[in-house]
Write a protein that binds this ligand. Structure first.
Ligand SMILES: NC(=O)c1ccc[n+]([C@@H]2O[C@H](COP(=O)([O-])OP(=O)(O)OC[C@H]3O[C@@H](n4cnc5c(N)ncnc54)[C@H](OP(=O)(O)O)[C@@H]3O)[C@@H](O)[C@H]2O)c1
Length: 329
C-alpha cells in the first residue's frame, strides 16, 4: 500500500537555465531524485515563493551571481522552503520514517514535486495542528529574523522597533521578539495595523500617516526588516549603546561597512550578521509554532502551475508575510 501511495510517477519541476523574469521558468521533468543512505525523499505538498527565490531568479542584486553562478544558474530549480511527506528513507536514516509530515529549508530545489534532504539538515517534523500550507513558510523569513535577533542579543524587557513589520522577515520578527519578552513597536501601512497588533506588537505606527523617527521613545534595537531605512535616520532613536540592524545593504551598500566601523567607536552601532541556519534553529522555530507563539502570516496561495505569477507578485515588494504554493496531496 505504502509503495503505491508514494510511487513516483512523473517528477515535475520549474526549471530555470538563465537569469531573468519569471518568463524564463520552464515547467519540465527532472530525473527522479534517489535518497542516499542518510537522506530522505520528500513528496512536497506546499512550498513558497519568497524574496530570496526572486533574487536568485533574476540575479538581483548582481552579487548573487557569485553564489548562484556567474553567467548561468548553477541550481536550476528554485524554492527554498517546503512542507510534505517523507516518501522514502535511506538505509541509515534514524530521525524520520516514511509517511512523516516534515517541513524545512533547502535553499534550492523546492519548486518541484520531490526533494532529497539529509536527515541532519534543516528539516523537522511539522508541529501538530499545522497544515502543509502553514508549515511551508515557517523558515525563510523567520530564520533571517532569528539571525538578527540573536546577533543583537535582544532580551526580555528591552525596547525594540521593527520597521517593515509586514514582510516575511518583519512579521516573523515581531512574533519572535514578543516571544522573548521584549516590547515591540512595529511600523507598517494603514491596512495592516490590525494584523500587526494581532501579531503581538505593543505599539503600531502607520508609516503613511506618521514619521516613525519623530518620537521621545528610545530603543535598544532598531530592526529594519525591509531594508528601506538607514542608520543615519534611526540613530536618534537608539539608546546609548543601542544597535541598528538591517536585512539589506542599505543606501550605497553602507550597512556592511558601518558594521565594521561603528563598533570600534563604542556608542550606537550597526550590525550586519551573515545569516546561518541549522538544526537547532529549525527546532527553535518548530517549538515556537507548537506553543502558538509563531504563526507565519500568509498573504496569497497559488497552485503549483501558477509559480511564475507568484514570482511576479513577490517582485512587487508589497506582499504581506508569505506567498504559499500548493501541490497535489
Ligand atoms: N540579509 C539576507 O540574507 C536577506 C534575505 C532575504 C531577504 N532580504 C532582504 O530583506 C528585505 C525584506 O525581505 P522580506 O522577504 O521580508 O520582504 P517582503 O516580504 O517582500 O516585504 C514586503 C513588505 O515590506 C513592506 N514595505 C515595503 N516598503 C516599505 C517601507 N518603505 N516601509 C515600511 N514597509 C515597507 C511592504 O508593506 P507595504 O505594502 O506597506 O509597502 C510589504 O508588506 C528585502 O529587502 C530583501 O531583499 C535579505
Amino acid at each position: 500500500m505504502l509503495i503505491s501511495l508514494f510511487a513516483i510517477r512523473a517528477l515535475k519541476a520549474f526549471i530555470h537555465t538563465r537569469y531573468g523574469p519569471p518568463e524564463v521558468l520552464r515547467f519540465g521533468e527532472i530525473p527522479d531524485p534517489v535518497p542516499g543512505d542518510s537522506e530522505i525523499l520528500i513528496k512536497i505538498h506546499a512550498t513558497t515563493v519568497n524574496r530570496t527565490d526572486n533574487g536568485f531568479l533574476r540575479a538581483d542584486p548582481f552579487i548573487a551571481r557569485f553564489f548562484t553562478g556567474l553567467f548561468r544558474p548553477k541550481n536550476r530549480i528554485l524554492g527554498s522552503e517546503f512542507a510534505g511527506r517523507v516518501a522514502s528513507t535511506g538505509k541509515k536514516v534514524t530521525l524520520f520514517r516514511t509517511g512523516d509530515h516534515v517541513f524545512g529549508f533547502c535553499e534550492f530545489g523546492a519548486h518541484a514535486e520531490y526533494l532529497v534532504m539529509d536527515e541532519q539538515g534543516t528539516v523537522a517534523t511539522i508541529p501538530a495542528g499545522l497544515s502543509f500550507e502553514e508549515a511551508a513558510p515557517l523558515t525563510e523569513g523567520a530564520h533571517y529574523a532569528l539571525n538578527n535577533i540573536r546577533r543583537t542579543n535582544i532580551q526580555a524587557g528591552q525596547q525594540v522597533l521593527v520597521y517593515g513589520a509586514t514582510g516575511a522577515i518583519g512579521s516573523a520578527a515581531v512574533q519572535i521578539i514578543k516571544a522573548i519578552g521584549a516590547e515591540v513597536t512595529a511600523v507598517c501601512n494603514t491596512n495592516n495595523l490590525g494584523l500587526v497588533t494581532s501579531l503581538g506588537a505593543d505599539r503600531v505606527i502607520d508609516y503613511t500617516a506618521e514619521d516613525f523617527t519623530i518620537t521621545d521613545l528610545k530603543y535598544d534595537v532598531v530592526f529594519d526588516a525591509v531594508g528601506k531605512s538607514s542608520f543615519k535616520k534611526c540613530k536618534p532613536l537608539l539608546k546609548e549603546g543601542g544597535i541598528f540592524v538591517s536585512t539589506d545593504l542599505g543606501p550605497f551598500a553602507q550597512n556592511p561597512f558601518l558594521a565594521l566601523i561603528t563598533p570600534m567607536f563604542g556608542g550606537r552601532k550597526v550590525l550586519f550578521p551573515i545569516p546561518v541556519f541549522d538544526k537547532e534553529m529549525i527546532h527553535y522555530l518548530s517549538d515556537l509554532a507548537k506553543s502558538g507563539k509563531f504563526r507565519p502570516v500568509i498573504d496569497r496561495l497559488y497552485t503549483f502551475d501558477k509559480i511564475p505569477e507568484a514570482f511576479h507578485y513577490v517582485h512587487t515588494g508589497r506582499k504581506t508575510g508569505n506567498v504559499v504554493v500548493t501541490l497535489e496531496t
